[in-house]
Design a protein around this ligand. Structure first.
Ligand code: 5GP
Length: 192
């Protein structure tokens, strides 16, 4: 898959990866962080509680609502959203600006609402949609993860249906059949 966007301005080195819940965005971002150190991966702020094995400052910056709101009021987020009606998530603006100013390739792994906000501000970024091989596979991945209650899973699946319908808003779609392959495809787009 190729992109027709010009990739010469610093802001065009920004890639936004979105897609439905449980499609594997976090896994792809983690794979890229580990295997492609030349790509800077943004660490979001969130008010959600850490899951087992999540490390503060690596997977997310875990903050309380007061800290999050303080940053929001100060205009420190490039984008932010309430995701799955549950927790707030936001991309701190400063580190993104610094990475791009330093000439680095930068990756944001965020939800659809956030991707739309970034497009308003930085239309020259590349917007990539990570899609599941099928709806059944998405449901299977969400159940297999085992980190949500049945009620939370239903909320996430409702959001996922809406998010899948937004695929056409994106510049490129990558199907996440295999994490390594999807990650390599994404990095080759970032480098292009
Ligand atoms: P999770 O709670 O499973 O880690 O993430 C839930 C959702 O929040 C995922 O769809 C993820 O892409 C999204 N997300 C993570 N960080 C951000 C962020 O900084 N901004 C926005 N808008 N969404 C985010």
């Amino acid at each position: 898959m190729t992109s027709s966007k010009s990739r010469t301005s610093p802001k065009s080195r920004l890639v936004v990866l979105a897609g439905p819940t449980a499609v594997g965005k976090g896994t792809v971002a983690a794979y890229i962080r580990k295997n492609f150190p030349e790509v800077w991966v943004s660490v979001s702020m969130t008010t959600r509680k850490p899951r087992p094995r999540e490390i503060d400052g690596t997977h997310y910056h875990f903050v309380d609502d007061g800290q999050f709101e303080g940053m929001r009021a100060a205009g420190e987020f490039l984008e932010w959203a309430v995701v799955h009606h549950q927790a707030k998530y936001g991309t701190p603006r400063g580190p993104v600006d610094e990475a791009l100013a330093a000439g680095r390739m930068a990756l944001l792994e965020i939800d659809l609402q956030g991707a739309r906000q970034v497009r308003q501000q930085i239309p020259e970024a590349l917007f990539v949609f990570l899609a599941p091989p099928s709806w059944d596979e998405l449901v299977r991945r969400l159940r297999g993860r085992g980190t949500e209650s049945e009620e939370e899973r239903q909320v996430r699946l409702t959001t996922a249906r809406q998010e899948l319908a937004a695929q056409k808003e994106f510049d490129v779609t990558i199907v996440n059949d295999n994490v390594q392959q999807a990650s390599e495809e994404l990095v080759s787009l970032i480098r292009a």
